[in-house]
Write a protein of this length. Structure first.
Length: 216
């Protein structure tokens, strides 16, 4: 099983695919958000330094995050990993490459979940949620409620999510595109980049990813 760096624009279903890799293939899920929370909870000197920055609303320097990734990769030795949400910048990608070399990890692939802005917007505008926690999408046959506007699970009326504001979504999508291009070039040059079209069902996407991670 190849190690995976998973990159996706908002609304591409990254969380769902990461979960499939963890549950079906035994991947270790590495998320920078989780690593930051862990180190802050540990009370170490580095954790304190990071906590001070976050509490002050400042960005955490890349240089502080690299040791977290490196430690994590050392502790999971041998297990395939999926890096979710890291790297986000070219600087991070370059340092990540150095860390992987230091740890002799060469067997990895970068998977971009590819979704056009138009398709992403459609997904977002079709999202409905229920106060019981279940979510739906009227544009996806697998995720549609059986009865229009009503939760399958509890029968309550479905509503649109507050953060599904289309303008802010468009902004997030465009920021992602701008930041991701140099990272994709970096991995393209190293022959590591695979693109998976995600304007399909969850099972079809998972099938394509499975082919990539099991391919020699
Ligand atoms: Zn419900």
């Amino acid at each position: 099983m190849k190690n995976v760096i998973l990159i996706a624009p908002p609304a591409a279903g990254k969380g769902t695919q990461a979960e499939i890799l963890v549950n079906d293939f035994g991947y270790e899920h590495i998320s920078m958000g989780d690593l930051l929370r862990e180190v802050m909870a540990s009370g170490s000197a580095l954790g304190q330094e990071i906590k001070t920055l976050i509490d002050a609303g400042k960005l955490v320097d890349d240089e502080l995050t690299f040791p977290l990734i490196k430690n994590k990769l050392q502790t999971i030795q041998g297990k395939p990993f999926i890096s979710d949400g890291f790297p986000r910048t070219l600087n991070q990608a370059q340092h990540f490459e150095t860390i992987l070399k230091e740890l002799n990890i060469t067997d990895y692939v970068v998977i971009l979940l590819n979704l056009s802005e138009e398709a992403a917007l459609k997904r977002i505008s079709g999202r409905l949620i229920c106060s019981c926690g279940k979510s739906y999408n009227i544009y996806n046959d697998n995720l549609k409620p059986k009865q229009e506007g009503i939760c399958d699970k509890c029968g309550q009326a479905l509503v649109k999510r507050d953060d599904d504001n289309l303008t802010s979504f468009q902004q997030r999508y465009e920021i992602f595109q701008t930041n991701i291009e140099p990272i994709l070039d970096f991995y393209r040059q190293r022959n590591k980049l695979q693109i998976v079209d995600v304007d399909r069902s969850v099972a079809e996407i998972a099938g394509s990813i499975k082919e990539i991670i099991t391919h020699d």
